[in-house]
Unconditional design. Sequence first.
Length: 498
Amino acid sequence: MIVYADRKRRVTTRIPGSDWHGTLIRFGEVEAALADLLCPDFDEPHPLLERLRSIAIRIGGGDMHAVADIPPLPADVCVSVPEGYAYYAVYPEDYGKAALRFCREHRPRKAVVIGIRSIGTSLSAVVAATLQKAGCAVKSFTVRPRGHPFNRELSLRGFEWDEDSFFLVVDEGPGISGSSFACVAEYLSNRGIPDGRIVLFPSWETDGTNLLSDRARKRWTRHSKYTEARGPLSGSRELSAGKWRELSDAAPPVHPQHERRKYLRDGRLYKFEGLSHYGAEKAQRAQVLADAGFSARPLAMEDGYLVSEWVDGRPATAADATNAAGWVARYLEFLQLHFLSDRPVPYQENIEMMRVNVEEGVGSEWAGRLDVFDELRPLLCDRPTIAIDARMLPHELLLTAAGYVKTDTLDHHDDHFFPGCQDIAWDAASACVEFGISEDQDLVPEECLTFYKVAYLSYRLGYCTVAAGSGYETSGFLLLANQYREILRYELDRLCRS
């Protein structure tokens, strides 16, 4: 099933030197992008990358003057979004604390610090800087595991190290499979490094039993892990990992790793929206939507958390479809007007996702029915893309005393799942499916709406199937997957009859 998207953006290589988070994050993005360009098939030492690694470690240790020593670079590069900084409340300083604890317990003389690109680039710089300050001799480089997301492999050559070093593998995660951590640890183990000298630095604690990769489950118990996890905000009620359902009439299944951290304190919602420029972008969108009356009003940004007014309301249901239809239409029209994207319509990406998910989730005999969309490609690709809501689920539309308010409006067009920026027809189609709202041909041509209904159903079937397989709230996700499968069959059958 295809549910993830490789989210990239083009950024300048000019590195800000105003604040540590912003400098470290942007430099890590650039360093990772250049490493991917210079090492497309396998990782190996390179003079420019070694120089950048040295600067990264200085920045990781708080030396902001290191920016002045950055050599000439291309004007801009295409970078992968560091998901932990943008989505999952991963703080680089916490890795420094974990590294300090490792130093106190092991007193290492020599260490090889390996960052897993992308976000592991900057996180490993902090770990390496911490070890250096503790008097440990450090070698450091980054690697890019390649291959299927659930079965990554490591390919590198030319790196030298002392066999009696500790080997610290640094990344966020583990993700749903854990295969990136596993393949690096396995590579080291196959070259004679004892398990006790391979140390993992993940962003959260797990016993590994829910990892989808069999290799990762086996590897996870063989190595020490150092994690410095942050507790809830002081004096707050945690709403992360589905705990918000305790305050709602709705109870959809939730995959805890896919939810942003959020807390309720003093009548205010604290939701992680990203460090540095990632959080700033979401705060701007929140203000625009609140001013138009579509969402809660933002009050502040605090350490990556957007603070906004808490909204009491009843989640929408199918019975609200008639009354909600007008509000949804105005909301989507507003998004289309104010959040235009420069991304071309990702037709081929959408079709690939649809074919894979239909074939795996419904049956290969159904996937051939998607061929009828080929003749619509010129029409579909001639429309603009929007930074859409991408989360048009009934429990996220609240009916309040003042009318409807949409929650979770800021980031699902820009996370690491489908759909990304799309034709507003994606949101219109999902509203038809989820709210039972009748098809509105004034906003979206009928042919586009048909295409995006099938696309949306294919994605949601895939997501619920993958989520069910991870072991979290399996029965609830399987129930949803079956519902999406039946609606998808109906739409595909209708497609062939039309």
